[in-house]
Ligand binder design. Structure first.
Ligand code: ARG
Length: 478
């Protein structure tokens, strides 16, 4: 039984009378103020619906619209005084609105709860952030295609197990990353689609008792439809999980690209020189350039995977419907999509300015250490009716002879080849150049010139049809 009186005076906002530590833990305005645009947008659409249903007078509606517009100006100009005692972005804006326009402001929350309000705001934010990330990825994908088109004639060893395997075109290698980022784009588009469902009108958990045309409000806010179940709408954060998951996989791909560029820019590989705009100098070793940004593409993948695990863990034990745990959704979502956006944009710059070292790439094919065209020997015999497993054994014998005598495959004489397997004819030598090996791989998706050019053409067509305007590339100002 409590004997303490309720806190006296002032508006009865949640948080009055809280212990300072509880207040600090409870407050989210430090990070959720970033939702101010979406919050005002949602309030304007909600107010318009209240007006349309006769729940607000024209005068009150006008006052609310003018008040929210003035608040938006203040926030954009940095003049807005955020108050932690008012807990979150929603209460800060509503309290300021009431200060400005009086009683009309106190009518805005009719038929609404912060539960459907915050879910609406976050969905709007995720939709815009997904567009920004898709635009940044489109920039990176474009850079990869352009560099691929320039490097169709450049060959290098392709690797498996980080061992030289078979010759490939550099363009095939670059276009492999294009494929990864294209799948990331599709996943973000898909996540955006499931975010585009509007919670407003669900109120606290049971739906609103006031007349409310939810489809009209959804359309006004750019959602595809209103949510189907009020209890689900206020507690669902699947859309946020999906967006973070798409970002985590995108960062995993950026990490692989970053790692490969770190490796390729070592003296040991020497396959690429990174532009000084994307590397740093060492503080004590003047000869060094460090691939810090590529390392961060790799390192930041870890935190975005962490964001995904954090939100999944927040959700897994929650009973229906809204629980305050859900306030922990925002920082991982913001962090994951910001990180993906910025890293994709940086990767675009790195790829555009990378200087591929054609002499080193070629030397890696020719220096005899890897025998990257040995498969050709086996394929040659297969074409003459030899079962592949037997042909493989003969090819292995040729490689052994080269290794024993320190020569390249194409340095063996026809007699030596015939000694390894009598079915090798003099025409086999022409098969052993890297050029011949790549050109034989003409099946769909292979490394022949025609196949790589077809991949580049398809990519250019996809990018030309990319649906997001370049204005989305500008980052949201926080
Ligand atoms: N700041 C809160 C959040 O982010 C808003 C919703 C609060 N709702 C409530 N019933 N306390 O989740």
């Amino acid at each position: 039984m409590s004997t303490s009186a309720p806190p006296a005076g002032g508006p009865r906002f949640p948080g009055n009378g809280l212990h300072p530590l509880a207040r600090a833990l409870n407050a989210s305005v430090r990070f959720d103020r970033r939702l101010w645009r979406e919050d005002i947008q949602g309030s304007l659409a909600h107010a318009a619906e209240l007006r349309a249903q006769g729940l607000l007078t024209a005068a009150d509606h006008d006052a609310i619209c003018a008040g929210l517009a003035a608040i938006a100006d203040d926030i954009a100009a940095g003049r807005f005084d955020w108050d932690e005692a008012l807990e979150d972005v929603h209460m800060n804006i509503e309290a300021r609105l009431t200060e400005r326009v009086g009683e009309a402001g106190r009518r805005l929350h009719t038929g609404r709860s912060r539960n459907d309000q915050v879910a609406t705001d976050l969905r709007l934010w995720v939709m815009a952030a997904a567009d920004r990330c898709r635009a940044a990825l489109a920039g990176l994908r474009t850079a990869l295609v352009e560099r691929a088109a320039e490097t169709v004639e450049v060959l290098l060893p392709g690797y498996t197990h980080l061992q030289r395997a078979q010759p490939v075109r550099l363009a095939l290698h670059l276009m492999a990353y294009y494929e990864m980022f294209t799948r990331d784009d599709a996943r973000l588009a898909d996540a955006r689609g499931r975010a585009a469902v509007m919670p407003l009108g669900s109120a606290a958990l049971a739906g609103t008792g006031f007349p409310y045309d939810r489809a009209r409000v959804a359309a006004a806010l750019g959602f595809t439809r209103p949510s189907a179940n009020a209890l689900d709408a206020v507690s669902d954060r699947d859309f946020a999980v999906e967006a973070i998951a798409a970002a985590a996989l995108g960062m995993t791909h950026l990490s692989r690209l970053g790692e490969e560029l770190v490796l390729w820019s070592t003296a040991e590989f020497g396959f690429v020189e990174l532009d000084p705009a994307w590397t740093t100098g060492s503080s004590i070793m003047p000869q060094k350039r460090n691939p810090d940004v590529c390392e961060l593409l790799r390192g930041k993948a870890g935190r975005v995977t962490g964001d995904l695990v954090a939100l999944l863990t927040v959700l897994k034990g929650l009973p229906l419907a809204y629980n305050k745990d859900l306030q922990e959704d925002k920082e991982p979502v913001f962090d994951a999509l910001d990180t993906l956006h910025d890293c994709a944009a940086a990767a675009e710059g790195i790829v555009r300015t990378a200087r591929f070292q054609e002499t080193r790439l070629r030397a890696a094919l020719d220096d005899g250490g890897g025998y990257p065209t040995a498969t050709e020997l086996a394929d040659y015999l297969v074409e003459r009716g030899v079962p592949f497993r037997d042909a493989y054994a003969s090819a292995a014998e040729v490689v052994r002879r080269c290794r024993d005598t320190g020569r390249r495959l194409d340095e063996l004489s026809a007699a030596e080849l015939a000694a390894a397997d009598a079915r090798f004819g003099p025409d086999v030598a022409a098969r052993l150049t890297p050029e011949a090996a790549v050109e034989r791989r003409r099946a769909l998706g292979g490394t022949s010139r025609a196949q790589v050019q077809a991949q580049i053409l398809a990519a250019r067509e996809a990018l030309a049809a990319f649906p997001i305007d370049q204005k989305h590339r500008q980052k949201e100002s926080k």
